[in-house]
Design a protein around this ligand. Sequence first.
Ligand SMILES: N[C@@H](CCC(=O)N[C@@H](CS)C(=O)NCC(=O)O)C(=O)O
Length: 209
Amino acid sequence: MKLYTYWRSTTSYRVRIAMNLKGLDFEPVPVDLVSGEQKAPDYAALNPGLGVPTLVLDDGTVLTQSMAILDWLEETHPDPALLPTDAVARAKVRAAAFTIAADVHPVNNLRVIARLKSMGHSEEEAVAWMTDWMTSGFAAFSTLIDPDAPFCFGDVPGLADLCLVPQLYNAHRWGCDLTPFARLTQIEARCLDLPAFDAARPENQPDAP
Ligand SMILES: N[C@@H](CCC(=O)N[C@@H](CS)C(=O)NCC(=O)O)C(=O)O
């Protein structure tokens, strides 16, 4: 499989972690978001959303949207599971994951920040915009997860953890105050100790500078 990815992309990071957890080999194909490679016609033909990740299966099937790719991975490679078996428990894990994937990431995407700046907002205002959305998202996320487990929802990492860790990478990058979220940074440290998360870290990607 080929995974079109960018080292700092949090959506790509989610998928890299899941593929590593499930022990799946993939060839990373870097897409340089800063130079705009996601908008090049060849790439746009693969992913009309003009973003990463895109997963191309060995038979040429093209999958887009990180959360849909994660669903496909879970359905086709169920072990180890990213979701619990009980329907209510699954809904709770998905609610936490989507707090990041649907409520935080989209409003902080590169194209959104570029648009804010093109409308005259300063770098400082753009950073305040991003950290505000992260802070409210992390507050909601914190109340949705299990308060006591080593990971977000139990003894092993799952869908919520693999959305959380990349978003925390972005939070560190932009100086978001994480002191109110000690439980989240504890989970992050526990996750990053695992080889599957470590190998997926931005700085461990072939296109990292
Ligand atoms: N909802 C999509 C978002 C994909 C996306 O936009 N990814 C970001 C990187 S994290 C990107 O490629 N941004 C490029 C841009 O905004 O121009 C997904 O989850 O796959």
